[in-house]
Design a protein around this ligand. Structure first.
Ligand code: SF4
Length: 321
């Protein structure tokens, strides 16, 4: 896996998704200067991929624009990922994705409108996220490198195939599946998830047999701690960590243990590696046993999906080589 810089440019968000672990209130956002200092540190360590993360990054558009201006022409940056709930998108942002060939837009959705609205509660005065995304659909579908992250909380596992099919019917064909980590899952919900993943795997296999265009990012990602990203993580307050486990409000107290430095006093690569060692195992210690067991179970279900699909993906790749 390429080294990665995760910039939590802000923790603010205009939605309150029922499954979202991110602590949002009372946090600052990164300034443009802080974001560039984070890039300086990462580039000095030979660069890699940059991920703009939140909260909702498009709530601080000037910071995002300034980072993209630099990463698009910085040779040591391979790819830049921008994660969004879609509410801040407009045709100008999509044009930016079209012209910046390093930029990958990750759009989070839950599937059919009823589930999207059920889980993604908007703050007062915020428009409906599903309607906003659909209003941009023609432009979105003409935009390259758009990946839909389909969230699957326990309550929608039973309908995960229908939600996936709905997103495909809208015209999307690049996906990342994200079952709800660090949540309590009941046994029947885990069984539903397994069944849905098996059905979704069949959809992929059939599409690949007939050279249909369908992409699954999960085939190419791995993290030492389920769900949370590892790498050079710069939080919205400028602190630096080897993992973003501290994004979770419930795990906020771990940030002191995971902190490897700050933008004013950045860690060396060795210091960051030492902090990463300390971070592994923290979740096992901190989480309630049933939540930890659920997390391992959904991660295992996702791993089974990836293991099932990998041979079919490799066959398809060989055919196109
Ligand atoms: S859009 Fe993302 S950051 Fe905002 S509440 Fe939902 S999951 Fe959390």
């Amino acid at each position: 896996m390429r080294p990665q810089l995760i910039l939590t440019v802000t923790r603010a968000c205009d939605l309150r998704c029922s499954y979202c672990p991110t602590a949002k209130d009372g946090w600052p956002s990164l300034s443009i200067d802080q974001a560039h200092r984070a890039l300086d540190v990462f580039i000095a360590q030979d660069g890699g991929d940059v991920k703009l993360f939140g909260g909702e990054p498009l709530l601080v558009p000037d910071v995002v624009r300034s980072v993209l201006d630099r990463t698009s022409s910085e040779p040591s940056i391979e790819r830049t990922y921008l994660s969004t709930n879609g509410l801040g998108l407009d045709t100008t942002w999509l044009e930016r994705v079209r012209v910046d060939r390093k930029l990958i837009l990750t759009l989070s959705m839950d599937g059919r409108p009823a589930d999207h609205r059920r889980f993604r509660k908007a703050l007062e005065g915020v428009p409906d996220a599903y309607d906003h995304i659909v209003s941009l659909l023609p432009e979105l579908l003409r935009t390259p490198r758009v990946v839909v992250t389909m969230a699957i909380p326990p309550a929608s596992a039973r309908h995960a195939l229908e939600n996936f099919n709905h997103l495909r019917a809208l015209g999307f064909h690049r996906f990342n599946l994200l079952p709800g980590y660090y949540l309590p899952w009941r046994d029947e919900q885990l069984a539903d998830l397994d069944g849905a993943f098996a059905d979704i795997a069949t959809v992929f296999e059939e599409a690949w047999k007939t050279n249909g265009s369908l992409y699954l990012r999960n085939l190419f990602t791995w993290a030492p701690t389920p769900f949370f990203n590892a790498g050079l993580i710069v939080d919205a307050d400028g602190s630096i960590h080897p993992s973003n486990v501290g994004l979770s409000g419930k795990l906020d107290h771990l940030r002191e243990e995971t902190r490897a430095g700050t933008l004013d006093s950045p860690p060396s690569a060795e210091d960051l590696a030492a902090a990463a060692e300390r971070t592994n195992g923290l979740l096992d210690r901190e989480l309630a046993p049933h939540v930890l067991a659920s997390t391992h179970a959904v991660d295992a279900a996702l791993t089974r999906l990836v293991e099932r699909l990998m041979p079919a993906y490799l066959r398809k790749r060989r055919r196109h080589a």
